[in-house]
Design a protein. Structure first.
Length: 305
């Protein structure tokens, strides 16, 4: 379940909540309850939000970071919902006692409603950190159930490393072994609510794919991904016409093997085989579009090696 939380001076526990990137996102069908069956190759970048927890008598949340302000208007942050859901599950397994407290700090460095699963990663990090702070031993299956009830992307964020995700997001399988790769993430500064993008999707559904166990090079991965699209990209582009322009800007950079949208958008990613080219591309886009959010990053698990 990813790296162990880091213990900081004073007993605070903290953890990176990394950006989730859908290298592919195919929609296989629509269920009667309106949710969609998916197949998605998901990786995590080595950039993200930062969640810190420390003991507290009641639950509280402090927001900081570049995108912290944007969350202040939200009546019920997913981090607090995760904390309450965890406490309720703990109460059920061991009834009695007062609701548990914690002072949570969310340093928000990922854009909000951006297709990077930032809120889901924050919720997953909160579940891991509070399990440790509250000394709970609910077990991985129970934690995954709590995660799924919070949102379709939360289980894979709890899993914390590359995965092939199916179902609504709850079937998490081993991803093919991936080559070293670098991503340039670009967000044009507009929030795109996921339900709207799913609702705007049209056309036939995709078919499930067979994936190899190992993909040797970034070039080979890009070739494979060309046949496995992000099925939400056309719908998102009709809602936000800046998306094709942003993807063209990425695609035209030297060394960009593939430019595509992540999740329900609007963030786009460029796939690179070399760190230097990714960094140069990020610099070039940031200079041409100073109002856009741009970062270059290795995969989280590559950085841990
Ligand atoms: O689960 P989550 O709250 O992240 O989903 C947000 C919205 O995305 C849902 O309300 C639904 O409209 C859409 N969705 C879907 N099928 C999925 C995941 C999400 O239709 N598998």
């Amino acid at each position: 379940m990813g790296a162990r939380p880091e213990v900081r001076p004073g007993g605070d526990l903290s953890r990176l909540a990394p950006a989730k990137v859908n290298l592919s996102l195919q929609i296989l069908g629509r269920r009667p309850d309106g949710y969609h069956e998916l197949e998605s190759l998901i990786v995590f970048a080595a950039v993200g939000d930062f969640v810190t927890v420390k003991p507290g008598t009641e639950l509280s949340l402090t927001l900081a970071g570049r995108f912290g302000e944007g969350l202040r208007a939200e009546p019920d942050n997913l981090v607090l919902r995760a904390a309450r859901a965890l406490d309720e599950a703990a109460q059920q397994s061991c009834p009695g006692g007062l609701p548990r407290g914690a002072a949570i700090r969310l340093h928000k460095e990922l854009p909000v409603a951006a297709g990077l699963g930032g809120g889901s990663a924050d919720a997953a990090a909160t579940l891991v950190l509070l399990s440790q702070l509250w000394k709970l031993e609910l077990g991985p299956d129970k934690l995954q159930d709590i995660a799924l009830a919070l949102g379709a992307d939360v289980p894979v964020c709890l899993h914390g490393r590359s995965a092939l995700v199916r179902g609504l997001g709850e079937r998490i399988e081993e991803a093919p072994t991936l080559p070293p790769l670098w991503l340039v993430l670009v967000n044009p500064g507009l929030a795109l609510p996921t339900p709207q993008v799913f609702a705007a999707r049209q056309g036939p559904f995709s078919r499930p794919e067979r994936w190899p166990q190992r993909i040797e090079t970034a070039e080979r991965l890009a070739k494979l991904l060309r046949g496995r699209s992000n099925d939400l990209e056309p719908a998102a582009a009709t809602l936000a016409p800046v998306i094709p322009r942003m993807l063209e800007a990425l695609a035209s950079c030297d060394g960009c093997l593939l430019a595509r949208m992540s999740g329900s958008g609007a963030t786009g990613f460029g796939l690179f085989a070399q760190a230097g080219k990714a960094e140069r591309a990020a610099g070039q886009i940031a200079a041409a579009y100073p109002q856009w959010w741009v970062v270059s990053s290795a995969l989280a698990e590559q950085q841990r090696l």
